[in-house]
Design a binder for this molecule. Structure first.
Ligand code: GRF
Length: 200
C-alpha cells in the first residue's frame, strides 16, 4: 500500500478524485496527508471530513521560503510518503522537498503540455489561451515535477475535442472531468508498475 501526500491550493476536486479512488479500491494507496499553502482551501475541509491529516503550510506562517520548504519536507517525511501529488497546487516546490522526493512528485495540468503551460497558465487562463489559439483539441497532462512550472517528463495525456462555440468555461468543465479519471488511473499504473517513473 503506497502512501500518498497531496499538495493543494484550492477546491481540491482532483484531490477528492484520488481519495475516492482509494476508497473504492481502484487505487492501491492511501492518502495520508493533505497540505495546503492556503488556509481557506476548500480541499482542507474535504480532507478533514474524510479523516485525513491536514496541514496548512504557507508563506503567512513561514515567511522564510527555506523554513517553508523544510516544514513541508518534515511533514511529508513524518508520514512516510511514497508519492507526492500536486492537485491544483499553485506554488513552486522548494529544493528540500524536490531532493527528498525527486522523481516521485507528480502534477496534473489542464492542457496538452508542452502547450499552454508555464507561468500564468492556471485556471481559466489556460482554456482561454487554448481557444484564442484556435486549437481543435485540448486535454489533461500528468507529469513529473522537476522544479520548473509544468515541465518534467510527461507520464500520461488525454485529449478532449473542442466544439464550435466552445467557451472557456465549457472547455474547463470537460477537461476537469477527464482529469479526475486520468489522475487516479495514472497513479495506479505507476503503483502497479505499468508506468515506470523515469528516475526509478
Ligand atoms: C486542475 O485543473 C488542475 O489541472 C490544475 O488546477 C486545477 C485544480 O482543480 N493544476 P481542483 O482544485 O483539483 O478542483
Amino acid at each position: 500500500m503506497k502512501k500518498i501526500g497531496i499538495l493543494v491550493s484550492g477546491r481540491g476536486s482532483n484531490m477528492m478524485a484520488i481519495v475516492d479512488a482509494c476508497e473504492r479500491g481502484d487505487l492501491s494507496a492511501s492518502v495520508e496527508l493533505v497540505i495546503s499553502n492556503n488556509k481557506d482551501s476548500l480541499a482542507l475541509v474535504s480532507a478533514q471530513e474524510k479523516n485525513i491529516k491536514t496541514a496548512h503550510i504557507g508563506s503567512n506562517s513561514y515567511p522564510d521560503p527555506e523554513a517553508l520548504d523544510k516544514a513541508m519536507n518534515d511533514a511529508l517525511n513524518e508520514h512516510n510518503i511514497d508519492l507526492v501529488l500536486l492537485a491544483g497546487f499553485m506554488k513552486k516546490i522548494g529544493p528540500a522537498v524536490l531532493s527528498s522526493y525527486r522523481g516521485r512528485i507528480i502534477n496534473i495540468h489542464p492542457s496538452l503540455l508542452p502547450k499552454f503551460g508555464g507561468k500564468g497558465m492556471f485556471g481559466i487562463n489556460v482554456h482561454r489561451a487554448v481557444l484564442d489559439a484556435g486549437e481543435k483539441e485540448s486535454g489533461a497532462t500528468i507529469h513529473l515535477v522537476d522544479g520548473e512550472y509544468d515541465e518534467g517528463a510527461i507520464l500520461a495525456q488525454q485529449t478532449v475535442s473542442i466544439v464550435p462555440d466552445e467557451s472557456s468555461e465549457s472547455l474547463a468543465a470537460k477537461v476537469l472531468e477527464v482529469e479526475h479519471v486520468l489522475f487516479a488511473e495514472t497513479i495506479q499504473k505507476i503503483i502497479d508498475g505499468s508506468i515506470i517513473l523515469p528516475l526509478d
